[in-house]
Write a protein that binds this ligand. Sequence first.
Ligand code: FAD
Length: 456
Amino acid sequence: MLAINGTFDDNRSVWLVGAAADAPAPALAQDIAVDVAIIGGGFTGVSTAYQMSRRMPHLGIALLEGRRLGNGASGRSGGMMLNGITVADGDLEDEVREHDLTHRAMDAIEALIAEHGLKVRLQRAGSVKVCTTNRAAEEAHARVEKLAALGLPLRFLARGKLDGLLRAQGVAGAVFDASEGVMNGVDLIRALRPLLVAQGVAIHEATPVLQVREGRTIELTTPGGTVRAGAIVLATNGYTPRLGYFRTGLLPVISHAIATDPLPPELLASAFGSATAFADDKPRLAYASVDGDGRIVFGGGTNHAYGYQFGNRTASNVSLNDAAGRALLRSLLAYFPGLGDVTVRHRWSGPLGLTLARHCAMGVRGSHNNIYYALGYSGHGVVLANLAGSVLADLYQGNHDPWRPYAFYNYRPLGIPTEPLRWLGYHAFTMATGHSPWKRLTAPVRMPQLGRGGGT
Ligand SMILES: Cc1cc2nc3c(=O)[nH]c(=O)nc-3n(C[C@H](O)[C@H](O)[C@H](O)COP(=O)(O)OP(=O)(O)OC[C@H]3O[C@@H](n4cnc5c(N)ncnc54)[C@H](O)[C@@H]3O)c2cc1C
């Protein structure tokens, strides 16, 4: 029987297990003036602080994080390093260009790790995207042939040739991308902290920005002092609407995840084949990855795995609930029927930032052109939020041309209705699309009661 056994940490992600110790930076306790104030200490904020301080050592940069670095989605993700900027299929030419961009962005993460000798658990053994209908499999097959001919490292796996989890009921075929991987985001953020400090970035944790007053010099109100900045960076992804920005462009959705205990290599190989991650093609997307220590990390596949709270309160109310845990276990079992007696020990949730176009936005706005933003990664942020630092540093230096061809460049997401239509729309969409094809499977599941929690 697959069961949740043992003691849970309260909403702490699996990526914290075995991560280096990390002492918090002091909260801001005085008024300061800087050239750039970065709000948010996830991949976006940390990569931007790294790139700006490295390229422009003369800049005064403050990184303001409401809780701890990695507190948000970056420390709570599925870890999958994915190609592309969106889940939707688009123009072939766009897909090649975007795949190339994200492939290079993954190479850049590896190069950064190698350059500084960082201790980050990262593996690039490829991942699979599962097709759940015959029609989707046929279309994927035809598309992969074309994309492979254009040079992308993709392979179509027909149902008869599938191994491991891909033999699960309902899987019609899959696309294998050899260049994708899995990364422990907590490792990366913790390893980068000393580099930021060495490059002169002033990090303040437990420093939530409460208010932004725009102007040629922007004023940020925090509990311990005011920050006056020539420019700011909104690196707050799913939390951004709470600051008053992108309220009708970004939907903050809570996403729940679970992870098993470490599994023997032969069991993992029988489940995943040679890949270390997969995702499916359902609207309530299911995904799994193998962390650096052999645990299966699993999320999605059911309505219960995601949630939206009225009035954009989602990101501030990240909480666990039993229905989500039970549903995730059933979903996990449906994909991995051969898992047997496996213990699921970790369970957590975090905020996603979704746009209607299902791709991110990176650019600069404001009447003084001094509000930089990178957000709305729609489930693709492990790579793209780490790329954001290079994009925003380029834009700050006035170098816009390399980024103009991409859909995210200066994109201003819109179109998400205000309440109550937003809440009603979310639930209508969920009811219409959210049913897993494996919902009939009802695994025996035991769940402990879990309290609320939110911090890493
Ligand atoms: C369960 C889950 C699974 C995921 N799986 C994947 C995956 O497998 N692959 C993938 O590519 N993407 C995945 N994602 C998405 C990915 O993790 C995010 O897109 C990415 O981490 C976003 O990084 P970020 O730095 O922009 O935002 P975040 O990591 O959310 O960081 C924002 C930070 O801002 C801080 N903050 C917010 N408001 C304020 C304020 N007012 N003042 C100061 N600080 C503030 C928060 O505390 C937080 O630390 C997943 C997300 C979740 C939740």
